[in-house]
Design a protein around this ligand. Structure first.
Ligand SMILES: Cc1cc2nc3c(=O)[nH]c(=O)nc-3n(C[C@H](O)[C@H](O)[C@H](O)COP(=O)(O)OP(=O)(O)OC[C@H]3O[C@@H](n4cnc5c(N)ncnc54)[C@H](O)[C@@H]3O)c2cc1C
Length: 432
């Protein structure tokens, strides 16, 4: 065809009947954040046909879209910290360290600063290599739930309706969307748990940034932050030396479950980000005089709505570290509850203290083929604030895949726990 030749068209109408495209899978994962991606990759490794679906136009969830910036919770705390979650975490650490997109820091624990653009590509590549069917830009509209089982989920996409039928479902939606839409009981906090809008700063002085001391920032935020329109007095500014950008996690706003108010989170989060920049430029000009915002993340949402599991993890269980018979993941992150605008409530746990997430916290009590993973599993407000970070999210995604695999067409409430423990050895018992 020559460049001048007009391309022929045809005229079409939508038919009287609305088409719905159907995909069938063994396991459907709703939500492609870090926990959903971990679940999908593990289920594919087990030979299952997997579909992962997300409302966002790309996979990665908050880890990518909200520029979370550091992976925490993969190690215990203290000078002798050791790794407690392996599997896909090992692949991620190896691949991204090799290309210079992951920076390991060991202060009071080991954390990993990451370049979100590279992590996004890593996740996409892994999902494709594993043969997982990924659907993006698809918002859940309905769930068919009968006899304690989800039969299928319907989605709206820009290009028409989609239905996913599967034997087992992972609710890694962050807000227990699948469970809620299925009519299952869910919990919502009765007081706000604040979110933050992370952003990247560039153009600051790369020599004087070595003098940046967070306690000085906190002091100044407390004394003068209000005059800049800022509400939070703590948070993080993390310079990524190899990349010459800095992650800022320093705002606080409410994250209501309301369709009209979600845009307000964006506007309020960006307003606070701009105010932080102005504060830094004026109050710490020797570092930030020429700084500017390179990228705003999407509003970062911490705890909104979560399942009612057959068990609920409590703060006391976290403190005691008691290991339940149905242990599914091992954690060490401290309690980090964002229940006040000004300051985060931290509860430090002893060095090398570990505690466990029971499978019962991941299995909605009223359903047989749904397992939740990530920030919408069942815990009291304090326990959930500790287990919602990315290390445990990876471990929960892994456990969700194995429990659905073991359940087959039976119930996730009646799987062989000894077999599950054996499969999850690396995330429950391994010490090196
Ligand atoms: C500001 C902030 C800072 C944080 N800092 C850190 C940190 O430094 N290190 C760390 O490890 N953790 C941190 N965390 C915690 C951690 O980032 C999150 O808890 C974790 O990323 C949650 O992962 P997830 O997979 O459970 O959920 P998400 O990443 O929220 O993924 C859920 C996915 O489900 C999709 N979804 C939801 N509803 C629907 C629907 N109806 N239809 C279709 N798709 C849907 C969403 O689009 C989304 O992609 C932070 C959290 C916040 C908010």
């Amino acid at each position: 065809m020559s460049d001048n030749e007009i391309i022929a068209t045809r005229t079409v109408h939508r038919g009287a009947q609305r088409d719905i495209k159907t995909v069938k899978a063994d396991i459907c994962v709703l939500g492609a954040g870090i926990s959903g991606v971990a679940a999908a990759l593990e289920a594919a490794k087990l030979g299952r046909k997997v579909v992962i679906v997300d409302a966002a136009p790309a996979i990665g969830g908050q880890a990518i879209g909200s520029i979370i910036g550091t992976i925490i919770g993969l190690y215990t705390h203290g000078p002798e910290a050791y790794q407690i979650t392996h599997g896909i975490a090992d692949d991620l650490i190896k691949d991204m360290t090799a290309e210079g997109s992951l920076l390991r820091n060991h202060h009071w624990t080991v954390n990993f600063q990451y370049d979100e653009v590279r992590l996004s590509r890593w996740m996409e590549r892994k999902i494709q290599e594993a043969g997982v069917t990924a659907v993006v830009g698809a918002v859940l509209t309905d769930v068919s739930f009968k006899n304690r089982r989800v039969e299928h989920i319907d989605f709206a996409t820009r290009f028409g309706a989609l239905r996913v039928e599967a034997n087992g479902f992972v609710d890694s939606s962050g807000d227990a969307t699948l469970s809620f839409a299925a009519g299952l009981a869910v919990r919502e906090p009765t007081a706000p748990i604040f979110g933050s809008l992370n952003f990247l700063i560039e153009g600051y002085n790369l020599d004087t940034v070595k003098e940046l001391k967070m306690p000085e920032i906190y002091e100044r935020l407390t004394a003068r932050g209000k005059s800049y329109g800022l509400v939070r007095h703590d948070g993080f500014l993390m310079h990524f030396p190899a990349k010459n950008f800095m992650l800022a996690n320093i705002s606080h706003f409410e994250t209501p479950l309301d369709p009209l108010q979600s845009a307000n989170m964006v506007f309020e989060g960006r307003r606070q980000a701009d105010a932080v920049l102005e504060f830094l430029r004026k109050e710490f000009g020797h570092i930030f005089a020429n700084a500017r915002i390179r990228a705003y993340g999407n509003p970062g949402i911490r705890q909104t709505r979560w399942i009612v599991g057959s068990k609920q993890l409590t703060l006391d269980e976290i403190r005691s570290g008691v290991r339940p018979a149905d242990a599914a993941a091992r954690c060490a992150w401290w309690v980090e509850l964002h229940n006040a605008k000004e300051l985060v409530h931290w509860e430090r746990l002893p060095d090398n203290h570990v505690y466990y997430i029971p499978l019962g916290c991941m299995t909605p009590a009223e359903a047989d083929n749904v397992v939740a993973a990530g920030r919408c599993v069942d815990g009291d407000s304090h326990a959930l604030s500790a287990i919602r970070v990315m290390g445990p999210c990876i471990a929960m995604g892994t456990a969700a895949a194995h429990s659905l695999d073991l359940a087959g067409s039976g119930s996730v409430h009646r799987i062989d726990m000894a077999a599950l423990s054996k499969r999850l050895y690396d995330n429950l018992d391994r010490r090196v």
